[in-house]
Ligand binder design. Structure first.
Ligand code: KDG
Length: 325
């Protein structure tokens, strides 16, 4: 019988990453990757030894075939991956180091994609029953009204079946259009999420005119046990409902190719570390390491670590801490 540690729902996209830094108007060569926040997190969890499954839709096209191969290669259960004729697999482009060096910008070509047609029918109770935890993000509910309903159904089923919900707010204003829309739709979905990953910008959108501490405590009132505030190149902070709070500085990447996807590896390694029994502080450190690894390459999943890679890298940094951090 199929037993899954994590399931998620989300769009897997073809990522066309400009090989050269600079504005896309001068792009000549794109490198092809498979990516998407939920897919990225599941892939990282799979590398760390967990059984995972994704609910999604793909177009009946060559890119859909490419995504399917990636799902299989990364050992992600595809029982609820639906292939549809009527819409294509979504794609997006990445522009790197322009206008801000070290940062990336995404350009979506995903409106009307196969995944945007997901609805309540894609979420089946038997699949949720097979899973121990459900990982959700703020991206899928922004794709369409029917996607929102699908995520809401998965959230509610998970809650009713006593499954742990883990949520990354991942607010993409390019998809939501307005902050008000994002806030109205996301707050009900965040209810009862045991672990919430977020950042300062998202907290500002979700809880305007509050301090960071007030926003975090609102999440505790909504049922969270742990809130992780990702601070990008600054590292991350973790807060618990019992009043613990820790900050861990980021590791400085020797090179930055593309920062997209770092937060997903961070999430997966943080969750996996807690499940392995590591302390919150240690989980934060390892999550920072994982995020740092991902920014050193183009593509979101390629440099995600397994336990062995994390161990090697941690040792390397510990021994050279003074000069490298
Ligand atoms: O977290 C990385 C994702 O943002 C990227 O892979 C694309 O899923 C994506 C999105 O919707 O932005």
């Amino acid at each position: 019988m199929l037993n899954l540690d994590f399931i998620s729902i989300g769009e897997v996209l073809i990522q066309l990453n400009n090989i050269s830094p600079g504005p896309l108007r001068y792009a000549r060569y794109f490198e092809v990757h498979v990516a998407g926040a939920e897919f990225n997190v599941l892939t990282a969890l799979s590398k760390l030894g967990f059984q995972v499954g994704l609910i999604t839709r793909l177009g009946n096209d060559e890119f859909g075939e490419m995504v399917l191969r990636a799902l299989r290669a990364e050992n992600i259960d595809t029982t609820y991956v639906k292939i549809m004729d009527e819409a294509p697999t979504g794609i997006y482009f990445i522009q790197r180091h322009y206008p801000v060096p070290g940062k990336s910008t995404v350009f979506y070509y995903r409106h009307g994609s196969a995944a945007s047609y997901m609805n309540e029918e894609d979420v089946q109770e038997d699949y949720v029953k097979k899973a121990r935890r459900v990982f959700l993000t703020g991206i899928t509910p922004a794709l369409s009204e029917s996607c929102y309903r699908a995520v809401k159904k998965l959230h509610d089923l998970a809650h009713d079946l006593g499954k742990e919900i883990i949520f990354d707010t991942n607010i993409r204003l390019k998809l939501w259009k307005t902050a008000e829309n994002a806030r109205a739709k996301l707050l009900p979905l965040l209810q009862d999420s045991k672990i919430v990953f977020t950042n300062k910008e998202d907290l500002n959108i979700l809880f305007p005119q509050t301090t960071l501490e007030e926003a975090v405590s609102k999440l505790f009132q909504m049922g969270s046990d742990i809130v992780v505030v990702k601070l990008g190149e600054e590292g991350g902070s973790v807060y618990t409902k019992y009043g613990e709070a820790y900050y861990e500085k980021a590791y400085r990447a020797p090179i930055i190719e593309d920062v997209i996807g770092a937060g997903d590896a961070f999430d997966a390694v943080f969750i996996a570390s807690l499940l392995k029994g590591f302390s919150l502080r240690e989980a934060l450190k390892l999550a920072n390491l994982a995020g740092m690894m991902v920014v050193t390459v183009r593509g979101d999943i390629e440099a995600q670590p397994d336990w062995k890679a994390l161990e090697v890298l941690k040792k390397f940094y510990e021994e050279k801490m003074d000069i490298l951090r």
